[in-house]
Design a protein around this ligand. Structure first.
Ligand code: 1QQ
Length: 390
């Protein structure tokens, strides 16, 4: 081929004919981050963007991929399945990333991860906790421990706080895969602990008025309420339970695990218990470094979703370094790098802010320590913090 125009013409014709055209990985090495930057889901996703950005600067300033820098490409998924599918397609075909971190919700993962699986592009879920996510395919793994392991800790903490607990009202968003999975775990745990479920109330993540669920739920006189939803709906439900006079303990699920919910539920958030897959006080040099960078910038402790997004970038980076040691990633065939990267992700051991993590051959994360935090609101009724229980 004589010149660039001829090459472009050939590439175009070949693409039209459906031929696979050899593509090399450029420098900086492109990594995709597709989380929710708009919609209500951005209450959760915004914390993920921050974690990924901190990791980009952190690891590039420490040599990137053995001397080659990497660059994060952000494509907003918004809050639904279509948004996640579009964002994943853009990462794979337009940004030509070596791997994708995302999406925010399990509900979105069940739709979008299949696209990456077909294209043989490794995906790391930063916050997908529903049962079945790693099993979507060979290229799908997650750094977010499943609700089946994390959520029971909140129930145990509630019982410790009030050993006389007996009656439990359960609320969940039936249009969300994570909330449906999480309520299953909560209900099993509650029964296994010898408590009685007095009612199971369903809602939609788009709901704002929970009068009927609150009325029906409180009529059963529960002393514990458990809410599995997302931040906006969950925050409103907590608020409406308190305004209706509920005095018992409230457990919120992972969808309520953000300070961005505080303006929604205001002073009524105070006291809510939420299980955590991250603690700012966890030991380890990496967590100390991450926590310092975050605190210097935001003047507060880093939240779980930020730490998990940081860990997801870290896993990608370390796995790329190990691929790169065998064959220089930059200037190697993109499709080969994607396949090798997937293998390296699953084979590695990572000292992250979440502690030491490894993966099963299916892509399920193995993590050791979990925590429970209690929301403590400030007198301004808009800001507050997560106090970790001992
Ligand atoms: C999931 C979740 C979300 C609540 C995290 C943002 O855990 O969808 O799996």
């Amino acid at each position: 081929m004589k010149n660039a125009r001829q090459l472009a013409a050939f590439t175009g014709i070949a693409a039209l004919m459906g031929l696979v055209v050899a593509e090399k990985v450029p420098s900086p090495i492109p990594i995709g981050v597709s989380v929710a930057q708009t919609s209500n889901t951005a209450l959760l996703g915004r914390e993920q963007v921050i974690g990924a950005q901190i990791a980009e600067e952190f690891f590039n300033s420490r040599g990137g991929i053995n001397g080659t820098p990497f660059k994060l490409f952000f494509e907003d998924t918004a809050g639904d399945e279509a948004g996640a599918i579009n964002a994943f397609q853009a990462q794979i075909n337009k940004n030509k990333v070596v791997g994708i971190i995302g999406p925010t919700l399990s509900q979105q993962a069940f739709a979008a991860d299949k696209i990456a699986e077909q294209a043989k592009v490794p995906v790391l879920g930063p916050s997908n906790t529903a049962k079945g996510v790693p099993q979507i395919g060979e290229y799908i793994a997650r750094v977010s421990s499943p609700v089946a392991i994390v959520a029971p800790n909140a129930v145990k903490a509630a019982i410790k706080m009030n050993p006389d607990l007996k009656k439990v009202a359960v609320f969940y968003a039936q249009n969300d895969a994570f909330a449906t999975s999480e309520t299953g775990t909560f209900q099993e745990t509650v029964k296994a602990q010898g408590l009685e479920i007095t009612t199971v109330q369903k809602f939609q993540t788009t709901d704002t008025d929970f009068t009927s669920q609150v009325t029906a739920g409180l009529a059963t006189k529960p002393d514990l309420a458990i809410v599995s939803g997302l931040a906006a709906d969950g925050g409103n439900l907590v608020k409406q339970l308190r305004i209706a006079g509920f005095k018992g303990i409230i457990i919120g699920g992972n969808g309520l695990n953000t300070a961005n919910m505080f303006p929604v539920c205001q002073q009524y958030c105070d006291g809510v218990l939420i299980a955590q897959a991250y603690s700012p006080a966890a030991p380890g040099a990496l967590n100390a470094a991450f926590r310092t960078v975050y605190k210097n910038k935001y003047r507060k402790e880093p939240p779980q979703f930020t730490a998990q997004a940081f860990a997801a970038v870290q896993v990608m980076v370390q796995a790329l370094r190990s691929v790169d040691k065998k064959t220089k990633v930059n200037d190697t065939e993109l499709s080969d790098v994607r396949i090798d990267l997937n293998k390296a992700i699953l084979a590695g051991k990572y000292e992250t802010p979440l502690g030491t993590i490894t993966f099963t051959s299916e892509g399920e994360v193995i993590q050791k320590n979990f925590y429970v935090a209690q929301i403590k609101m400030n007198p301004d009724n808009k800001t507050g913090r997560f106090d970790y229980l001992k």
